[in-house]
Write a new protein. Structure first.
Length: 139
């Protein structure tokens, strides 16, 4: 049976930015060894992908479109895959409607057979999402 491991945000950001170069090479070598020699399947969770997306924008001044493209590149490299599969790759390729984090939230809940409730109109347009209609406070 293949061992399966999830990576954390620091690894995904390192793979995405390549910085610092010296550490990047060591990380890639270690992960490659795990995949090719030890036959470990590596995954990035919805949360890790979301945190990396925010970190790329905040700490590396990468725009949203470029951050998504960089994450798609890493997650399709064959080294690390999104734990949510193709649906996550589709979310990373989408540039209209609600944002990536909202899409990842919906995908996570959906993977647990949960619907999603929101107050956000754009998010409510996604399949499996209902817009909550708050009633008066009744005070």
């Amino acid at each position: 049976m293949t061992r399966r491991c999830g990576i954390d945000t620091s690894i995904l950001v390192r793979l995405t930015t390549g910085e610092p170069a010296q550490d990047f090479g060591r990380v890639v070598a270690a992960l490659t060894h795990l995949v090719e020699v030890e036959h470990v399947a590596l995954f990035a969770s919805h949360m890790v992908i979301g945190e990396a997306y925010v970190a790329l924008q905040h700490h590396y001044a990468v725009g949203k479109v470029d951050a998504k493209a960089a994450l798609r590149s890493v997650l399709s490299s064959g080294l690390v895959a999104p734990s949510g599969g193709d649906a996550v790759m589709d979310a990373l390729a989408t540039h209209r409607g609600c944002g990536l984090l909202d899409r990842l939230i919906v995908l996570q809940y959906g993977s647990e057979d949960l619907g999603t409730l929101t107050l956000d109109r754009k998010m409510a347009a996604l399949p499996g999402v209902d817009r909550l209609a708050p009633r008066g406070s009744g005070r």
